[in-house]
Design a protein around this ligand. Structure first.
Ligand code: 5GP
Length: 201
């Protein structure tokens, strides 16, 4: 059985990753990895669904026990992908999605070179600010901090395999589908080539 696809989706907070991903998943067969974080739950967050919420001490203990596939500090909080399920899921042939920021994505790239990295971003920073303000769950200071972080994150765009501009939901979902379709096709072609080259088919 061939290994599943590891899809990494990054993009600034407020880029609409969550909404696009929810729509994408209606027709695609991917398992979404639930991260751990030391940030405080926001209204609407659900333990074990949005995140596994941890104290800093608990998170640091998990780091010491080597329980993370990748982790990073983002805006002063820890975020990490628990290792346990990810490789197991992939090895069983399942496709897995990680919705993570850029530092974590770079760790995934190093650990799993054939991971498919997608960067999602609104068309410009004014749209991003409007979306962050529209959330009304954050203080102004946090919004400013997230915008500043976004301006740093966008510098990593070249390290990604695909870029999806999230201007309009349907178009962004279609672009994400097309990126995944393209990556799938490439994997298929390569694996057939390898088999032929080895004389297995
Ligand atoms: P938020 O606090 O808005 O839920 O997430 C902040 C950022 O952390 C987002 O860019 C999100 O993609 C990222 N993030 C969520 N989970 C993880 C994770 O497990 N690892 C890393 N590196 N980033 C994560």
């Amino acid at each position: 059985m061939s290994r599943g696809m590891l899809l990494v989706l990054s993009g600034p907070s407020g880029s609409g990753k969550g909404t696009v991903l929810a729509e994408f998943l209606r027709e695609e067969d991917f398992k979404v990895s639930v991260s751990a974080t030391s940030r405080k739950p926001r209204p609407g967050d659900e333990e074990g669904v949005t995140y596994f919420f941890k104290t800093r001490e608990e998170f640091e203990h998990m780091i010491e026990c080597n329980e993370f596939f990748e982790y990073a500090v983002f805006n002063g909080n820890y975020y990490g992908t628990p290792k346990q399920n990810v490789m197991e899921c992939l090895n069983e042939g399942n496709n897995v999605i990680l919705e993570i920021e850029v530092q974590g994505a770079m760790q995934v790239r190093a650990a799993v070179p054939d991971a498919v990295l997608v960067f999602m971003i609104p068309p410009d920073k004014d749209v991003l600010r409007q979306r962050l303000e529209g959330r009304q769950t954050e203080e102004r200071e946090v919004i400013d901090q997230r915008l500043a972080t976004a301006l740093k994150e966008v510098e990593y765009i070249d390290c990604y395999d695909y870029v999806v501009i999230n201007d309009e939901l349907d178009k962004a979902v279609a672009d994400l589908r097309s990126a995944v379709g393209d990556a799938r096709e490439k994997r298929k072609k390569n694996s057939e080539f390898i088999k032929k080259f080895k004389g297995e088919i």
